[in-house]
Design a protein around this ligand. Structure first.
Ligand code: SER
Length: 314
């Protein structure tokens, strides 16, 4: 069956690049981008675009009917660092949007949903190294609480109403086309821009804060892949652990220095350090590899080379 896709939160870091990929795979006319704000000119000019507040179920339904949408990718969310400043807003955006989309699937307006979870579901009581798929999840951030709760809502709608919802626990996503906003892993994007523009970077995490990370191209590929496999391959309806690379600010800086030898980094930690401290160093993603064939393509060194080449050429 041919799919017509709606992406909510398309103007953000992941949405911008996911739309590019989806329009290549499914054809531009079949991929509707939407956000509460305008996106980049290329996002808005390469296919249909609609302004939608992702918490407004009726607004989503109007667009679903207008384009005969079959799948929704829900990327609108408030991330971990901003969520700590606006806890109720974060909860409202992250939960209301998810329940709206799950309800549209339950009522058969659409037949498939993608919703991202995060490494933020884990907390300081989870095993830190190679954090298992199933383990203690006691998050300390509002964002993490919303993601754990969302995972169980997804599982509930699947079990109770047969909703085909699929999810990945994204690590920190590193990109160079669109900057992220409000996350704890954002330093690992900013560092590249500052390295090229200024030759130096002040990091808000300490030098040894190791976190799971992934290059955008791998994240986008994983997202398209999990939505394309047969439903019986998706054995986990909460969310899949997904892993590609793990590094600390110090390790990332050393990698950048291989290309920009004079690059310097200093450290001045803030409230985001406590968030990073509560998250895993590395993730065990065996289930994603076994169930639907996930493998990443980018290592830290390959990613660093590609990003710096692109930023220097800009
Ligand atoms: N990148 C996100 C954040 O830092 C984690 O999912 O909030």
């Amino acid at each position: 069956m041919s799919q017509t896709i709606l992406v909510l939160g398309a103007s953000g870091q992941i949405g911008t690049e996911l739309i590019e990929k989806l329009r290549t795979v499914y054809g531009s006319a079949h991929v509707v981008a939407s956000d509460i704000r305008n996106g980049s000119p290329s996002l808005m000019n390469s296919g249909p675009f609609e302004i939608i507040d992702a918490t407004d179920k009726e607004a989503i339904l109007t667009v679903v009917k207008k384009y005969n949408i079959t799948q929704i990718y829900l990327l609108a969310a408030m991330l971990s660092a901003t969520g700590e400043k606006f806890p109720h807003k974060a909860w409202n955006l992250n939960m209301t949007s998810l329940l709206a989309v799950l309800d549209l699937a339950k009522d058969k307006y659409i037949n498939q949903v993608f919703w991202p979870s995060s490494i933020a579901v884990f907390g300081s009581t989870s095993p830190k190294i190679q954090t298992p798929q199933k383990t203690i999840m006691e998050p300390s951030t509002v964002y993490g609480i919303s993601k754990v709760s969302g995972e169980f809502w997804c599982n509930y709608y699947h079990d109770k109403y047969g909703v085909d919802v699929r999810s990945i626990r994204y690590p920190g996503i590193i990109s160079w086309k669109t900057k992220p906003g409000g996350g704890t892993t954002d330093y690992a994007v900013d560092i590249f821009f500052k390295a090229v523009e200024q030759g130096s970077f002040e990091c808000f995490l300490n030098k040894n804060s190791c976190l799971p990370m992934m290059y955008m191209e791998d994240a986008v590929d994983a997202t398209v892949q999990i939505m394309q496999v047969n439903a019986d391959q998706i054995k986990i309806r909460t969310s899949y652990n997904l892993s590609a690379m793990n590094f600390s600010p110090k390790e990332l800086a050393l990698e950048i220095q291989r290309h920009i030898p004079n690059f310097t980094i200093t450290y001045k930690t803030d409230y985001r350090q406590a968030i990073a401290d509560s998250w895993p160093d590395s993730i065990d993603d065996t289930k994603a590899r076994e169930d639907w064939g996930w493998t990443p393509n980018y290592t830290l060194s390959k990613m660093t080379k590609v990003i710096l080449e692109n930023l220097v050429a800009q």
